[in-house]
Design a protein around this ligand. Structure first.
Ligand SMILES: [Zn+2]
Length: 334
C-alpha cells in the first residue's frame, strides 16, 4: 500500500461531497448470549511464520506458488468452501502477469455477508530500505502481508470451532498482487493518473467477484497488524466510506482495553485493497492498518518495505489483540 498525498486527498474530498454512508439499522430485539471463540495468538503467529518460511511470496516465484498451496490446504481444513480465483492483469511496466485471489467461505448461503481480507503477496522491492543496495531485493513481508493472513487463518480456525450464527456468512478473501507497485525511485517515470498500480488483486475481485452478483454488507481489511506497540488510527478513506463501521470496531477494541493501540484519531489516506472494494464493488470497507505519523518512513512502521520486515519483528501480542477484536466484533455485534 502507499500513502496518498494531499492533492489526491483534495480531489477525494470534492468527489465525496454530499455523499454520506448510511447508518445500518440497529436491532431492537434482545439477543441470545453468544460465545466468542478464543482467538489463539500463538496459533496466529505460527500461521505468519509458515508463510515467511517459504521466503518472499513474490508473484511468479516458487515461494509464491508453494504458499498458495499451503493456504488453500489450511483454509480447506476450516471453511465450508475454498476457491482460487485466477486472473490476468498488467503491472506498472505493462508486463502481463497472472494472479491468484483465495476465497474461503463460511455459511455460503447466508445473505448477510462480511468480507475479511488481507493481501498475501510480498513486495518484490525493499525500496525503503536504508541501504540502497537492497532496493531491488524482495521482502519477507512478515508484517506487510503475512500478519493479516495469519490473523485470518486463525480466525478461520475459530469460525470452524465455534460456528457463526446461521444468518451470518463470512468470506475470507486473500488478495494477490497488492504490493507490486513501481520502486519509489521510479514512481515518477511510470506515473499515470488513470491507473492504480497497487491492489491489483482487489481491483480484479471488486470488478469480478468470485460469485456472480456477489454482495456483502461490509468488509474489514487487515494490513500490517503484527508490529509491536501498534498505532491503529482511523484511516482516512475508511472514515469517508464507512465511519459507522470503524467507529463500531474501535468501540469494541476500547471495551476490550486496547484504547492505547486503537486510537480514536483520523489517519492519513492510504491507497490499499479497501479502496477498490469501496469504489468498484460498493462494499463499505475499512482498513485496520498501523499508521505512525512520527515515522521517518512515510507514515508507516519503520520496517515498512525494508528487509527488516521479517518474523523477528512480529509481536504475538499484536496479532492476538487484533484477532480478539475481530472475534468480539463479529460474534457480539451482528
Ligand atoms: Zn506493502
Amino acid at each position: 500500500m502507499r500513502r496518498v498525498f494531499l492533492y489526491i486527498l483534495l480531489v477525494f474530498l470534492v468527489a465525496c461531497e454530499g455523499k454520506k454512508p448510511a447508518e445500518p439499522k440497529t436491532e431492537t430485539q434482545p439477543r441470545a448470549k453468544v460465545i466468542v471463540p478464543d482467538f489463539n495468538a500463538d496459533s496466529a503467529f505460527t500461521f505468519v511464520k509458515a508463510q515467511t518460511d517459504f521466503g518472499p511470496r513474490v508473484p511468479l516465484s516458487s515461494a509464491h506458488e508453494q504458499c498458495c498451496e499451503w493456504m488453500v490446504e489450511k483454509l480447506s481444513e476450516y471453511a465450508d468452501t475454498v476457491m482460487v480465483q485466477q486472473f490476468r492483469t498488467r503491472l506498472y511496466n505493462n508486463q502481463g502477469i497472472d494472479g491468484k485471489n483465495i476465497i474461503a467461505s463460511f455459511n455460503p448461503k447466508a445473505t448477510k455477508r462480511i468480507v475479511l481480507c488481507s493481501h498475501w503477496d510480498s513486495r518484490p522491492f525493499a525500496d525503503h530500505d536504508p541501504d540502497e543496495a537492497n532496493w531491488n531485493h524482495p521482502i519477507d513481508g512478515a508484517n506487510d502481508g503475512a500478519s493479516g493472513v495469519g490473523v485470518l487463518i486463525e480466525s478461520a480456525r475459530c469460525f470452524h470451532n465455534q460456528p457463526l450464527p446461521e444468518k451470518v456468512g463470512v468470506d475470507i478473501v486473500l488478495f494477490d498482487l497488492e504490493d507490486y507497485g513501481p520502486r519509489q525511485d521510479q514512481a515518477e517515470q511510470y506515473y499515470d493518473d488513470r491507473r492504480n498500480y497497487w491492489a491489483l488483486g482487489s481491483q480484479y475481485w471488486s470488478a469480478q467477484p468470485h460469485v456472480a452478483g456477489y454482495k456483502a454488507n461490509f468488509g474489514i481489511l487487515l494490513d500490517m497488524v503484527g508490529a509491536s506497540e501498534p498505532n491503529f488510527m482511523k484511516e482516512y478513506y475508511s472514515q469517508g466510506y464507512a465511519a459507522w463501521l470503524s467507529n463500531k470496531v474501535w468501540h469494541v477494541a476500547q471495551d476490550l482495553g486496547y484504547r492505547q493501540y486503537f486510537v480514536n484519531e483520523l489517519g492519513d489516506p492510504i491507497s490499499d485493497d479497501h479502496l477498490p472494494m469501496n469504489e468498484i464493488a460498493g462494499i463499505p470497507t475499512i482498513d485496520i492498518i498501523d499508521l505512525r505519523p512520527e515515522s521517518s518512513n512515510l507514515s508507516f512502521p519503520e520496517n515498512w518495505h525494508t528487509l527488516n520486515d521479517n518474523i523477528e519483528n512480529i509481536d504475538v501480542n499484536t496479532l492476538g489483540m487484533v484477532g480478539n477484536v475481530l472475534m468480539h466484533f463479529i460474534y457480539e455485534n451482528q
